[in-house]
Write a protein that binds this ligand. Structure first.
Ligand code: SF4
Length: 372
C-alpha cells in the first residue's frame, strides 16, 4: 500500500546537477544560458541554486511553493489530452527577470520567502491520482531551475501512467536539455517576443537560446509542444513582428505546431500598459494563419479563436470557453467530418498500466492541509 509522506519543509539540502567547481570555492552553474559563477554563501540569479561550502545545492528540490489542480487548457495545451485535469506545481525563483511576470510573488522570491511544503517525488503522482489528474505540470515559475526534482518526479509518474508537462521559458543549455526533456511528454514554451530588444530589456535574457530550445524540441525529441506569445500593447504586438515570429515557426518547426496569442494584464513592474485588446489577438491570429500555421489560438479572453477547426474542411472540432472544453468532435485523432489527421496527443495510452490500487489508497488525512 502506498503511503503519502507529506512532511513539513526540512532544511536538508539536495545537491544540484549541472555545475562545476572553480577557484576559491566558486561554482559555475551551466543549467541555463546565464552561466552563473556563484561565490560561497551566495545564490545564482534564480535564487534557488546556492553555493554552500563550494558545492551547488538546489533549494527547490522537494519544496513546491504552489500546488493546484488546473485544466490542461490553462497551461495552455489545446492538443494534449483535452478536457483533462493536470496536477500543477511550482517553486520559488526564476532564471528570467520579466517585468510583466504574472506569478512574481513566487518567481521573484527566495525559497525562504515563500510558504513551501516538503513533498518527496514519490508522493507527487499519488496526489495527482487522488485528484483525478492525467498529467503533472511543472509550471508557475521556471521548472528548468528545479530540474533535478522534475526528473525524479517524472520517473515516479511513469510508474502510474501519468504524463508530464513542462511550462517553460525555454531558457536552458544543451548540457541539461536532454537530461530533462527525455522524461517529458509535453511542453508549452513561451516565445515572449521576436526581438532581442524585448528579451534584453524586458526579460533580462536573450532570444536566440529560446529559439534553439524550440528547434531541439522539434528535431531531437518526441515531446508534444505548443508555443505561447503573450501580447503586451506597444512592446511586442507590432504586426511585422508577429509575421516574422509566425514565419520563423513555419520554417523551423512546421505548420502543425499550435501557437497561442494570449492577453496581457498589468502586473508586477509593468503597470503602465493596458490590457491587450481582443482585436490585437484577432489580428495576430489572422497574421499567423495567413502565414500558413494551421492551429492558432487566442487565450485569456472569450473568443471563437479558442476553438480548434479542421484545417481541411473548416469543421469546428473542439469548442472551448476560456479553459473549458464544451465539445470535442475529434475522433481517434482525426476530423469527425472529413477524416483529416489532427496532430496532438488525444488519448493517454499509458493509463492502462495503472493498477487499480494506485491512487485509491492515499490517506486524506495526510494532505488535507494542502487545500487543493
Ligand atoms: S539555473 Fe540559476 S544558477 Fe544556474 S545558471 Fe541559470 S540562473 Fe544561474
Amino acid at each position: 500500500m502506498e503511503e503519502l509522506k507529506i512532511l513539513q519543509k526540512t532544511e536538508e539540502l539536495h545537491e544540484a546537477r549541472w555545475w562545476e567547481a572553480e577557484a576559491n570555492g566558486r561554482v559555475h552553474c551551466y543549467l541555463c544560458p546565464r552561466h552563473c559563477h556563484i561565490h560561497p554563501g551566495q545564490a545564482g540569479f534564480c535564487f534557488i541554486r546556492t553555493n554552500q561550502n563550494g558545492k551547488l545545492y538546489n533549494l527547490g528540490y522537494g519544496a513546491p511553493a504552489a500546488l493546484q489542480i488546473d485544466p490542461i487548457e490553462k497551461k495552455p495545451l489545446n492538443h494534449f489530452l483535452p478536457g483533462t485535469r493536470v496536477f500543477s506545481m511550482g517553486t520559488a525563483g526564476c532564471n528570467m527577470g520579466c517585468f510583466f511576470c504574472q506569478n512574481w510573488d513566487i518567481s521573484k522570491s527566495r525559497s525562504d520567502q515563500v510558504h513551501s511544503q516538503h513533498i518527496p517525488p514519490e508522493d507527487v503522482p499519488l496526489l495527482a491520482l487522488k485528484y483525478g489528474c492525467e498529467s503533472l505540470a511543472f509550471t508557475y515559475n521556471e521548472p528548468t531551475i528545479w530540474g533535478e526534482y522534475v526528473i525524479d518526479i517524472c520517473k515516479e509518474a511513469k510508474k502510474y501512467g501519468l504524463k508530464t508537462v513542462m511550462v517553460t521559458n525555454g531558457y536552458i543549455t544543451y548540457d541539461a536539455f536532454h537530461d530533462i526533456y527525455d522524461h517529458i511528454d509535453a511542453a508549452n514554451v513561451d516565445l515572449k517576443a521576436f526581438t532581442e530588444n524585448f528579451y534584453g530589456r524586458i526579460t533580462l535574457t536573450h532570444l536566440q537560446p529560446v529559439l534553439e530550445t524550440l528547434e531541439w524540441l522539434k528535431k531531437e525529441t518526441a515531446v508534444w509542444f505548443e508555443i505561447t506569445n503573450l501580447m503586451i500593447p506597444t512592446l511586442n504586438d507590432d504586426p511585422t513582428e508577429t509575421r516574422k515570429l509566425s514565419e520563423w515557426i513555419l520554417t523551423h518547426l512546421g505548420l502543425d505546431v499550435p501557437l497561442h496569442f494570449t492577453a496581457f494584464h498589468p502586473d508586477f513592474k509593468l503597470q503602465d500598459k493596458p490590457r491587450t485588446p481582443p482585436a490585437t489577438l484577432d489580428r495576430a491570429r489572422q497574421i499567423a494563419l495567413d502565414a500558413g500555421l494551421r492551429y492558432v489560438y487566442e487565450g485569456n479572453i472569450y473568443s471563437d479563436g479558442a476553438n480548434t477547426y479542421c484545417p481541411e474542411c473548416k469543421e469546428l472540432l473542439v469548442r472551448r470557453s476560456w479553459h473549458d472544453v464544451l465539445e470535442n468532435r475529434i475522433q481517434d485523432g482525426t476530423c469527425s467530418k472529413c477524416g483529416f489527421a489532427i496532430p496532438g496527443v488525444w488519448i493517454n495510452e499509458a493509463k492502462e498500466k495503472r493498477g487499480p490500487k494506485h491512487g485509491a489508497t492515499a490517506s486524506a488525512g495526510n494532505y488535507g492541509h494542502l487545500n487543493l
